[in-house]
Design a protein around this ligand. Structure first.
Ligand code: ZN
Ligand code: ZN
Length: 139
């Protein structure tokens, strides 16, 4: 039994009356049914939880429906927020990975550039040698 249950457990009638009561164990009954019941015993008719009057919240059925709706909305919102937070976390991890990859690629490019520079200077040196060799050949 939960708070969306639409019949009073004591009289098995729908909540056509406006006034219903919720116990601290979260069970609800017609206020009049529960008042009658409490003259006999001080336990919840549904679950036998000990009841004192101050633990019983009288509530209008429309207010209860609004309350349940509000709780559902809050839960949906919380689920959404949690879901989005997980997506954000995943995205942050991906960003971190991409940054690491970017850093690695940057290092690779640097290495490549250095090797290129070395090769260029080697090539120049080699060209000079070849030129000298030709000069000797010609003279
Ligand atoms: Zn009832
Ligand atoms: Zn109960």
């Amino acid at each position: 039994m939960n708070t969306t249950y639409e019949q009073c457990f004591i009289c098995n009638q729908d909540y056509s009356e406006k006034d219903i009561s919720i116990t601290k164990c979260n069970h609800k009954f017609h206020t009049s049914c529960l008042c009658n019941w409490l003259t006999i015993g001080k336990k919840c008719p549904y679950c036998n939880e000990k009841l004192v009057e101050r633990n019983i919240e009288a509530i209008n059925i429309e207010d209860l429906r609004r309350k349940i709706l509000r709780e559902m909305l809050v839960k949906t919102l919380n689920d959404d927020v949690q879901y989005n937070q997980e997506i954000i976390k995943t995205n942050e991890k991906t960003m971190e990975k991409l940054k690491n990859n970017e850093e690695r690629i940057r290092i690779q490019i640097n290495k490549h550039n250095i090797i290129n520079e070395i090769n260029k200077s080697k090539k120049e040196e080699l060209n000079k040698k070849i030129n000298k060799f030709y000069e000797k050949l010609i003279s």
